[in-house]
Design a protein around this ligand. Structure first.
Ligand SMILES: NC(=O)c1ccc[n+]([C@@H]2O[C@H](COP(=O)([O-])OP(=O)(O)OC[C@H]3O[C@@H](n4cnc5c(N)ncnc54)[C@H](OP(=O)(O)O)[C@@H]3O)[C@@H](O)[C@H]2O)c1
Length: 446
């Protein structure tokens, strides 16, 4: 990989890269099947990704006709890497084994190690014989919707495919590595004005937030909508607030520190609630929710934007869902893609049916949605909320930060890129988009 990395850094052409031999192995972050029980009996919060995530050489898998090898310059931490590394709610080896039974190519994935990571920026090294639109040397980012396009269920909305998977979570050979193997229909152009690490952090969270809010498959937000965004400086939330602002809506961001309030104000989000300062106790004990606290929260939201939110952007799950259903406007939509604090949800159904509200489930994004969300990044209309950067060897610490909610925005990981700031191809566009905007989260941390 060293020769490939040097060639990329020296600006090698596709032809030059095609002439370089591929290695037999590559450096990758992975969990091990024989360690899947290592945290048995340990509380979730104490399960430590630094113990379970390993970085070492693994074998380069064979390439299927519809796939590409990509030299990964940078990647990012998503919450799914936290789930894999703490083996919750289940060890991800079950996903790999199921994929392994699907086809001869699928069998490559059922290994005793799982290479994690669902984001990457990099350079195409080789394409399979069936790949039409991509060539060696293309600079790309990778979205994580892994779909078998021979399945009829994948052809209305590919997120509805019976065997839809998330690359690097439900498949092997993920992006936290120096090389990855992906389907060609996961590739998208890399934004020319961004560095490798800035480009690497968006595909998963930006596309997810786009589908949840902008797409007809999600809440189909319209101009003027008030949108309550939980975790508004987190991975998903920091894209969600940008989509709301771009779409002529008003975000109400909920965060948990004055620092994060500040960060949002700097992005142009005026209505912000510090949930920790407000001290909401939606649950009075483990089994009982407190409607008076939902009311207090609703009053605070109305105090900021005058009305109840048209849309609630949900992902914390058990801790917040009761409040989300309560505060959402009559006939409004609660759109949810996750349940970080617990997936057995409780809410008062009277508030849902009497006020004709909708709870809408959403999961990642189809290729069209991911492509359109990526175009917003390429045009500089959405900027990456990269706040911190780790070397691949430090991936356990990076995942630990996300597990413990110690981060803001997105954490980037350098893979083949030896340092930050490389890979920018259009400095003029970068200036036009605004370096301060692009580096807002990093500058804030510094
Ligand atoms: N289905 C999908 O396609 C999809 C895609 C991406 C992510 N996800 C899931 O979505 C969840 C969030 O992902 P992310 O990347 O945004 O994670 P993240 O970067 O950790 O951000 C989540 C934010 O949620 C807030 N939060 C955490 N616990 C909370 C609680 N109990 N009550 C209120 N707010 C809470 C935190 O903000 P404050 O502390 O500042 O309030 C945090 O910044 C994860 O479970 C992830 O697996 C699903």
């Amino acid at each position: 990989m060293q020769a490939i990395r040097d060639a990329i850094l020296a600006g090698a052409s596709g032809e030059d890269l095609a002439a370089l031999p591929l290695p037999g192995s590559y450096r990758a972050a992975h969990v091990r099947r024989d360690e899947a029980d290592m945290f048995a009996g340990v509380e979730s919060v104490d399960k430590d990704p630094r113990k379970s995530l390993h970085v070492s050489e693994v074998a380069v898998p064979e390439l299927a006709p519809d796939e590409a090898y990509v030299a990964v310059m940078a990647s990012s931490i998503n919450f799914n890497t936290v789930w894999t590394s703490i083996f919750e709610p289940l060890p991800t080896f079950g996903f790999l084994d199921r994929l392994g039974k699907e086809s001869a190519w699928g069998a490559r994935h059922a290994l005793d190690y799982h290479v994690v990571g669902s984001d990457a920026s990099g350079v195409v090294l080789r394409v399979g014989s069936a790949v039409r639109n991509w060539r060696t040397g293309d600079r790309v980012v990778i979205h994580c919707n892994y779909v078998d396009d021979q399945d009829p269920s994948a052809h209305d909305d590919s997120m509805l495919a019976a065997n839809q998977r998330i690359w690097g979570f439900e498949s092997n050979f993920g992006g936290l590595a120096d090389l990855t193997v992906v389907k060609a229909n996961q590739l998208m152009p890399k934004a020319r004005h961004l560095s490798w690490e800035e480009a690497a952090v968006s595909a998963l969270c930006n596309s997810t937030a786009y589908r949840m809010l902008v797409s007809r498959n999600g809440a189909a937000m319209k101009q003027g909508d008030r949108v309550l965004v939980w975790g508004a400086t987190g991975g998903l939330g920091s894209y969600a607030v940008q989509h709301v602002l771009n779409g002529g809506g008003t975000p109400v961001g909920v965060v948990s520190s004055p620092d994060k309030v500040d960060l949002l104000h700097g992005m142009g989000v005026e209505a912000v609630i510090d949930r920790r300062a407000a001290g909401y106790r939606f649950w009075s004990d483990e089994h009982t929710q407190d409607e008076s606290e939902w009311r207090r929260f609703g009053k605070d939201v109305r105090g900021l934007v005058g009305v109840d939110p048209d849309i609630v952007f949900e992902h914390p799950g058990r801790q917040t869902m009761g409040a989300s259903v309560f505060v959402c406007k009559r006939a409004g939509t609660i759109v949810t893609c996750a349940a970080t604090s617990g997936y057995m949800i409780e809410y008062d159904n009277r508030h849902l049916w009497m006020k004709l509200k909708t709870i809408k489930g959403s999961h990642f994004a189809n290729y069209r949605e991911a492509w359109d969300a990526n175009q917003l990044i390429c045009d500089g209309k959405v900027v990456p909320p990269l706040s911190a950067l780790y070397a691949l060897e430090e991936v356990g610490e990076a995942a630990y930060q996300v597990h413990h909610n110690l981060h803001e925005g997105k954490i980037g990981v350098l893979c083949l890129a030896p340092e930050a700031g490389l890979g920018i191809d259009d400095a003029e566009l970068r200036q036009r988009v605004g370096v301060d905007r692009i580096t807002h989260f990093r500058g804030h941390r510094a």
